[in-house]
Ligand binder design. Structure first.
Ligand SMILES: Nc1nc2c(c(=O)[nH]1)N[C@H]1C(S)=C(S)[C@@H](COP(=O)(O)O)O[C@H]1N2
Ligand SMILES: [Mo]
Length: 491
């Protein structure tokens, strides 16, 4: 369990197996019991719950030990059920993520392995089978037990310390009230959402938003200690606190960000309503020197992105973002502050947990991924995806509705077309966009008789430039090719 909690500290800071079970218990107990617990334990009610959980876990673990000793795999079954209960508890939580669901199961697997190992040692002692006689069998068991206890205790202490730091930041986040934007996001136009079942929602909920970064553990950055420095080739170096940033006139915009590693048809892309201060305003105060052509943004964990200076100083809404879909940024998405730049892949622009903007040149500096084989510049490539019907899923003959999304951030989508079995392109209905900086939904109903079909989609941007047909992998500057699905039409 300690290992599960420790793993959660790294991979799932907002939801560990124990906090999930505890949260589920709190939600499940009848109000009467809850009131009773609060009246008896007062503000120590959470500690009491944890102590109660420790007691139940201790009893169940002992039971598993006794059962396993009597007959192999009985105790393992108890542990397995325990892990499954944990996973179900996670499923009931708002912060649920696939990793969080997996952790109780991983915990159970580790526990079963340990249980089988220790019971094996105990049996050896019981039978006195080791060559050194009963004494050595006993010693071997006790050593294994002590080793397990020591590793568990160390993992538990580490997990506790980590959770303490993360909790402090989560609490600070929970206390933040985001300011009302000076420039609110334009309203969602009627018809932007085509309302087709299974199509990507126009705005991605925070907890479904893809997450990509090199951070093994999610950085826990306290907003009270956060500061952003503007350094390098500038007239005036600037330092900005979180409170100062929140006091600026903020802009709110829907912006779709995508990962350069997103393969054709992939889902490393999401659209959110970001609240932030335009980076151009900050840079204007700093006064970049004439020779500068790049801004190297750096995060607390040392990761960097190299963004063309012109993109951060032109009229687009490149933001120092503090809000995501009406909430302070989630920890995983860069709390307290990150960059969001319309039109560029994340690896050259979307620095999370950002603390420094160094005005520099491409000749002098390079972002994290450039020396690792990825292109120095990363403008998003016009692309499109078929969401429904899902590839390989059978559908009934007749009118089959195809739908999906298309994107060409900061240029906008002009047209989306579909072709069946490499036939002529047919124009799909293109929904109103939120803005040129976001993806657009599209749909097309096609009459299909029973059989197998290969369906492809192609987007054309608002300048009339169609999406690249040649299939290329993501490395070094983004995948190209048409998303292709195979549809099995049944009579
Ligand atoms: N600090 C930091 N910021 C980062 C990264 C990173 O590894 N570290 N990855 C970038 C990449 S490659 C992408 S695609 C986006 C993803 O942002 P998200 O996880 O909020 O979706 O974050 C960017 N910002
Ligand atoms: Mo990325």
């Amino acid at each position: 369990m300690a290992l599960g909690e420790l793993l959660a500290g790294f991979a799932s800071p907002s939801l560990s197996p124990l906090t999930a079970v505890g949260g589920a218990v709190i939600d499940a107990v009848p109000p009467g019991v809850k009131d009773w617990a609060v009246s008896v334990f007062g503000t120590a009610d959470k500690a009491a719950l944890l102590a109660g959980m420790a007691l139940v876990i201790g009893v169940l673990a002992s039971l598993a030990g006794v059962l396993e000793f009597r007959r192999g795999y009985r105790g393992a079954a108890v542990v397995g059920i325990f892990g499954a209960v944990g996973a179900v508890a996670v499923l009931t939580r708002a912060q649920m993520t696939p990793i969080a669901v997996a952790l109780p199961l991983v915990t159970a697997v580790v526990a079963v392995v340990l249980l089988r190992f220790l019971i094996g040692k105990l049996r050896e002692w019981n039978a006195g089978t080791l060559p050194g006689g009963p004494g050595s069998s006993r010693r071997s068991f006790l050593q294994a037990l002590a080793g397990t206890a020591a590793v568990s205790a160390a993992a538990g202490v580490l997990a506790g310390a980590w959770r303490g730091a993360t909790n402090a930041v989560s609490d600070a986040r929970a206390r933040i009230t985001l300011p009302v934007p000076a420039s609110p996001a334009p309203p969602v136009p009627a018809g932007a959402d085509l309302d087709v079942a299974g199509v990507t929602p126009l705005v991605t909920p925070n907890r479904e938003f893809y997450r990509i970064d090199t951070a093994l553990s999610v950085p826990a950055v306290n907003p009270d200690n956060w500061a952003l420095k503007v350094t390098g080739m500038v007239d005036r170096e600037i330092q900005l606190s979180y409170a100062e940033l929140l006091a600026k006139p903020l802009t709110e915009r829907h912006i779709t960000i995508a990962c350069v590693s997103n393969g054709v048809g992939g889902d490393l892309i999401g659209n959110a309503r970001w609240l932030g201060w335009p980076v151009r305003e900050l840079l204007a105060q700093a006064g970049p020197h004439p020779g500068a052509d790049m801004v190297l943004s750096r995060s607390t964990d040392g990761w960097t992105a190299g963004t063309p200076l012109e993109v951060l100083t032109d009229t687009r809404d490149a933001l120092l973002a503090v809000g995501m879909n009406g909430e302070p940024l989630p920890l995983e998405h860069g709390f307290p502050v990150r960059m969001i730049v319309p039109g560029l892949y994340g690896y050259v622009s979307a620095t999370k947990w950002v603390t420094e903007l160094k005005v520099t040149t491409f000749a002098q500096d390079a972002g994290y991924w450039t020396p690792r084989g990825w292109s120095e510049r990363g403008p998003v490539k016009t692309s499109s995806r078929i969401d429904v019907p899902r590839s390989g899923r059978p559908v009934s003959a007749g009118s089959v509705v195809f739908a999906g999304v298309a994107w060409a951030q900061h240029t906008g989508i002009g047209r989306v077309e579909l072709r069946i079995n490499r036939g002529p392109w047919r124009e799909a209905e293109l929904a109103a966009g939120l803005s040129a900086d976001t993806w657009y939904q599209w749909k097309l109903a096609v009459d299909l008789t029973p059989g197998q079909y290969e369906v492809q989609v192609r987007a054309t941007d608002l300048t009339g430039k169609p999406q690249e047909e040649t299939e290329r992998p993501p490395e070094p500057d983004g995948a190209t090719g048409f998303h292709t699905v195979r549809v099995d039409v049944k009579s």
